[in-house]
Design a protein around this ligand. Structure first.
Ligand SMILES: Nc1ncnc2c1ncn2[C@@H]1O[C@H](COP(=O)(O)OP(=O)(O)OP(=O)(O)O)[C@@H](O)[C@H]1O
Ligand SMILES: C[C@@](O)(CCOP(=O)(O)O)CC(=O)O
Length: 444
C-alpha cells in the first residue's frame, strides 16, 4: 500500500517595520511584513500495521543535530485536555526540551480533542526551516538538499537572525497538526474562520511557551502575512491555565472558537510593498542584544508618563505617514518618512537609555541610504545591534551595489550580510506534501 503524502503547512517569518514598543499599548498599531523565509511543518502517520498501538508523536528537526523529541500523550481527567510528556528515549531522541514544540503540540491536541471524537493516531512531525532564520557558520561547507540546508549543529550552538522562528514554527506546527487530524469541515486554512482559529490557538500556545504575553505581532504575521496589527488585551489569556489542569479543554476551546473574546485588529490590505520595490534585511554580526530592552522602555514610560506619551504619539504619527506612503505607491517623500521615524526612535532610545538605534546602526543606515536605489530603512522591532531592514528598488543593479557596499563595510570591521529573504504578503499556507524529497523519513 502506498504511503499517503504528508500534511504540510508553512508559515512566514516577520520583519517589524514600524511600531516597535508602541504596539505593546492598544492605543497604537504596528506595520509588520511577512517574509519569504518560511518554516514548514509536515505530519505523517506512523505505520502501526504490526499491531502496536503506541500513543506517541515523534517530532524532528533534521537540519539540526540532537533535534528529535518523542512525546507521549493522554487525555487528562476532569476536562484537563491532552497532556504531553517528553519521553527520554534512546538516541536520536534528545534530552533537552523544546518548549515551543511541546506547548504547540499540547494545545493543538487539546483543541482537537475538544471538537472531535476521532482517535489521535501516532505520527511523525518534521520541521524544516529556510536558511535565513539562522546565521550560517562561515567556514563550514553545508549541504543543501531539496531546498533546505543541513546546518550540522545542535540548537544550543545556533545563532538566530531574529526573523521570528518561534512564531512561524508554532503557527505552521499548529496548522499542520489541526489539518492532519481534523476534517476540512472542522478546520480549513483557506476559510476566514479557519484562519481566525489558527491565529487564536497559535497566539495562546506561543505566549504560553514564551512564558510572557508579548504584543503577538509575530504570530499575526505568521498567520496573515503582512498586515497592520493592533494587539489583543493581555487579560484575554490570563485564565487559560495549564494543559492537564481541570477544565483546560473547555477553556481552550472557548478561547479559540469565540471570536468575540478577542479584540485584536489585523488588516492585511493596509500593509503594502510598493511595486518595483523590495524589503530586504541585513544580518549584523555585531555583539548581542540587551534582553531587557522592553522592561527599560517601560521603566521610562512609568517615570515620565506625559513626556513618553507625547513622544509615542508623535512617533505613531510618523509611522502612519510611512504606511500611507507605502500604500499609495507614490514614493516621493519616503526617504524623509524613514528619517523622521528614526529621529524619534533615537530620541526614545536616549530617553529610556536603550540602544534601540545604536550609533553603529545609525552609521550603517546612513551609509546605505546614500546608495542609489535604497529609499531608506530602520532597525526593526525592538531595535539593537542584530539587523536592519531596507526598502530598495527591486532590481539586480541595486542589490549588487548593496552587496558590494556591505562587503566593504564587512572588510573594515562589522560583519554585515544581505539575507536572501524579502518581504512578502502571504501568510500561512498549505504546501504540497510530496515536494520535500529526502527530508521525509518515509521516503528515505
Ligand atoms: N527549526 C526549528 N526546529 C525546532 N525548533 C525551532 C526551530 N526554529 C526555532 N525553534 C524554536 O524556537 C526557539 C527560538 O525562538 P525565539 O523566540 O528565541 O527566536 P525567534 O522567534 O527566531 O527570534 P525573534 O523573536 O528575536 O524574532 C528555539 O530555541 C527553538 O525552541
Ligand atoms: C518591542 C516589541 O514591540 C517588538 C519586538 O520585536 P522583535 O522581536 O525585535 O522583532 C515587543 C512586542 O511587540 O512584543
Amino acid at each position: 500500500m502506498s504511503t499517503p503524502p504528508a500534511t504540510a503547512i508553512s508559515a512566514p517569518g516577520k520583519v517589524f517595520l514600524a511600531g516597535g514598543y508602541l504596539v505593546l499599548d492598544r492605543a497604537y498599531n504596528a506595520l509588520v511584513f511577512g517574509l519569504s523565509a518560511r518554516i514548514h511543518v509536515l505530519v505523517e502517520d506512523i505505520d502501526t500495521s504490526s499491531g502496536v498501538q503506541l500513543s506517541e508523536i515523534v517530532v524532528q528537526s533534521p537540519q539540526f543535530r540532537e533535534a528529535t523529541w518523542n512525546y507521549g500523550y493522554r487525555l487528562a481527567d476532569e476536562q484537563g485536555g491532552v497532556e504531553v510528556t517528553h519521553l527520554q528515549g534512546s538516541p536520536p531522541a534528545t534530552s533537552s526540551r523544546n518548549p515551543f514544540v511541546e506547548t504547540a503540540l499540547a494545545y493543538a491536541l487539546t483543541y482537537i480533542a475538544s471538537i472531535s471524537e476521532a482517535r489521535i493516531s501516532p505520527a511523525k512531525v518534521t520541521i524544516l526551516a529556510d536558511d535565513d532564520y539562522y546565521s550560517q557558520p562561515t567556514q563550514a561547507t553545508l549541504v543543501t538538499k531539496d531546498n533546505f540546508t543541513d546546518f550540522n549543529l545542535r540548537f544550543a550552538d545556533v545563532h538566530k537572525t531574529g526573523l521570528g522562528s518561534s512564531a512561524a514554527l508554532v503557527t505552521a506546527f499548529t496548522g499542520a497538526v489541526l489539518s492532519h487530524y481534523l476534517t476540512p469541515s472542522q478546520f480549513s486554512l483557506t476559510s476566514a474562520e479557519g484562519r481566525t482559529k489558527l491565529h487564536n490557538l497559535a497566539q495562546a500556545a506561543h505566549c504560553a511557551a514564551q512564558g510572557k504575553v508579548g504584543s503577538g505581532f509575530d504570530v499575526a504575521a505568521a498567520v496573515y502575512g503582512s498586515c497592520v496589527y493592533r494587539r489583543f488585551s493581555p487579560s484575554i489569556l490570563e485564565s487559560t491555565g495549564e494543559p492537564g489542569s481541570a477544565g483546560f479543554l473547555t477553556r481552550l476551546q472557548q478561547l479559540v472558537d469565540s471570536a468575540d473574546k478577542w479584540d485584536y485588529e489585523i488588516d492585511p490590505d493596509s500593509a503594502t510593498i510598493p511595486s518595483g520595490t523590495a524589503l530586504v534585511m541585513c544580518d549584523v554580526d555585531c555583539g548581542s542584544q540587551t534582553v531587557s530592552m522592553v522592561k527599560k522602555v517601560q521603566v521610562w514610560q512609568k517615570a515620565d508618563p506625559v513626556g513618553s506619551r507625547a513622544l509615542s504619539d508623535e512617533l505613531h504619527k510618523r509611522n502612519r505617514a510611512l504606511a500611507t506612503i507605502l500604500e499609495s505607491g507614490d514614493l516621493s517623500g519616503v526617504t524623509e518618512a524613514f528619517a523622521a521615524i528614526r529621529e524619534k526612535i533615537r530620541e526614545m532610545g536616549q530617553k529610556s537609555d536603550v540602544p534601540i538605534e545604536p550609533v553603529e546602526q545609525t552609521e550603517l543606515l546612513d551609509t546605505l541610504t546614500k546608495n542609489e536605489g535604497v529609499f531608506g530603512g530602520v532597525v526593526p522591532g525592538a531595535g539593537g545591534y542584530d539587523a536592519i531592514v531596507l526598502l530598495v528598488k527591486n532590481d539586480e543593479a541595486t542589490l549588487a551595489a548593496l552587496k558590494e557596499s556591505l562587503s566593504k563595510i564587512s572588510a573594515s570591521g562589522t560583519n554585515v550580510k544581505l539575507l536572501k529573504t524579502k518581504g512578502e504578503m502571504e501568510g500561512a499556507r498549505t504546501e504540497d506534501g510530496t515536494k520535500y524529497g529526502q527530508w521525509l523519513t518515509n521516503q528515505c
